[in-house]
Design a protein around this ligand. Sequence first.
Ligand SMILES: Nc1ncnc2c1ncn2[C@@H]1O[C@H](COP(=O)(O)OP(=O)(O)OP(=O)(O)O)[C@@H](O)[C@H]1O
Length: 612
Amino acid sequence: MGVVTVGWVLTLLRYGLRVSPGSTALTMGLAVLGSVLGMGVTLLTGQVVGAVPGVIDAAPGAMSPGAFGWLLAALLAVFIGQSLTPAFHQVASQIMDAALVRDIGAGITEPLLRPRRVAHLEDTEVLDMQERAKGKGGFHLAQGLANLPWLLAGRFTLIGSAVIVGVMFSWPVAAMLVAVTLLLEWYGGRLIAREIDVWWGNTEEQRRANYLFDLGMRDAPKELRVFGLHGWLVDRYVREWTAGFRPVWERRRRNVKWTALTGGLHLAANGLAVLLVGRAALNGDLPLTEVATTVPAILSIGASMNSYGVVQVKRGLSAYRAMAELPGTIAQRHPEPATMTRHRVETMPAREVRFENVGFRYPGSDVDVLRNLDLTLHAHEALALVGVNGAGKSTLVKLLGGVYRPTGGRILVDGVDLSELDLAAWQRRIAAIVQDFLRFPLSVTDNVVFGAIERADDEVSLAKVARESGIDHVVRGLPGGWDTVLDKTFDDGVDLSGGEWQRIALARALFAVQAGAGVLVLDEPAAALDVRAEAELVERYLELTSGVASLIISHRFSVVRNADRICVLADGRIVEDGTHEELLAADGTYAGMFRLQAERYVASAESDAQDA
Ligand SMILES: Nc1ncnc2c1ncn2[C@@H]1O[C@H](COP(=O)(O)OP(=O)(O)OP(=O)(O)O)[C@@H](O)[C@H]1O
């Protein structure tokens, strides 16, 4: 099988047959059938041409006109068959491709999504394997399998045509043609592969160019216009793209002479074989039938060379290997702890969640975000966490959700180490609005019930959380009500404002609480709300959070001051802990931050009054 081994072909074939047995078998079978019929055309054409003089002269022992007619009909039938196979092949190939793309998508995303923690998503080895599994630059697994039938058909043509040349003319010439074709195919494959590697090795410039493209097309069209940056963006994009492509051009320039040389050699080998056939014919050593069969067979051997297909199949196989190794690599490098089924996570926390001497630094970082942190969140308590930007508040939430493990100390839920709990079950106990909450381009209903998808049909809870979060007014104003898709790129879809989205996120978290979640986390729930909406939220806050342990993170003291208890996070630890009144009386960090904000409000209120 030349540079692509039989083992590789079987590996890819087995995968294709497992995912889409019918279409894979049909795709491969039809390509090979096309090759066999092509050789049939070669053989029959030779017979027809060889028979013509005898039929015209009506020579004794020559083919009768009737038999000649049948021979022509057979040639026509085989030719029609050969011409029809590509159409059927294309249909089967499209079905196979659709099934493969679906399976590959699931095969790559599933192992990445399955772990309850996220450290593997920051592991360069895992990310690199994921990139290889996805396939670089279109050289992916589905592409490899789509090219495999043509490579197989090419091999059939190569072997069959070589046998024709060997039997009818000369075995040494047949062997020479096979050797030259395979050698040049291998070398051509190397040239193509090197070019691709240079291109896809330039990931830095390429990534930047792609980022700029997305920025202009999707991510920031409004800001770009406001700041008049479109000219800058286009220039920068062209510059990055050109920088990324320069090494490819250099490689391509160097490749040109080798490609020309291999092309010339290929031509010379085929030309030599045709010349030898011609000389034998002129010497009277080779009858017309043999000449008319051998020449197209020689040309078919030449045409069967498929360097690009070889590269595609090899890259497809390496993508397959990366995909197959991905789950094992993730499991080995980021093992999920064995869960203790004896703990009834469904009712936790019955008493408290306690951070005990917790330390944390992000993977690959040498900075401690949290250090010797002690904090207890009691069940049914509303606890507010304050601290300056970057103090580690959101990090603490990630540890609470078990998304990361503490690098020091431990987190106890009702006295049980969090690492011993069924993490998936614990995460279902937590309802959260995080700062970068998800905005699904789906209906309002979907955006809310995703808080507890198993209760998606619970319309009573849906109506309740709609009232509590204030989205009932928003929904009434939407063209399709609850079914309106929250994305303008869809028919009848709409865009919501930042504050309206925040209410949707709040409704999602409250829906999860309705479904029984035991911990409510609100990370900056009021950041995008106007003053009135914020006041409403504050008014309802204790009501919304009653019955669950709630952790609220906010820079707005109007929200924070209502909490049962307030903790100040600084230098990676809790430095103050008490009620609003206690902390003001203590006159520490909290009191300073509160006064600063209060003074600003008073000052702006006074200047408003003066203006009026
Ligand atoms: N994935 C990460 N890898 C490395 N460092 C991170 C990561 N996420 C956050 N950090 C760092 O951890 C520190 C704490 O970040 P965190 O988001 O927890 O702060 P915060 O108190 O929530 O801030 P803010 O009030 O601005 O939301 C910051 O210095 C931040 O740069």
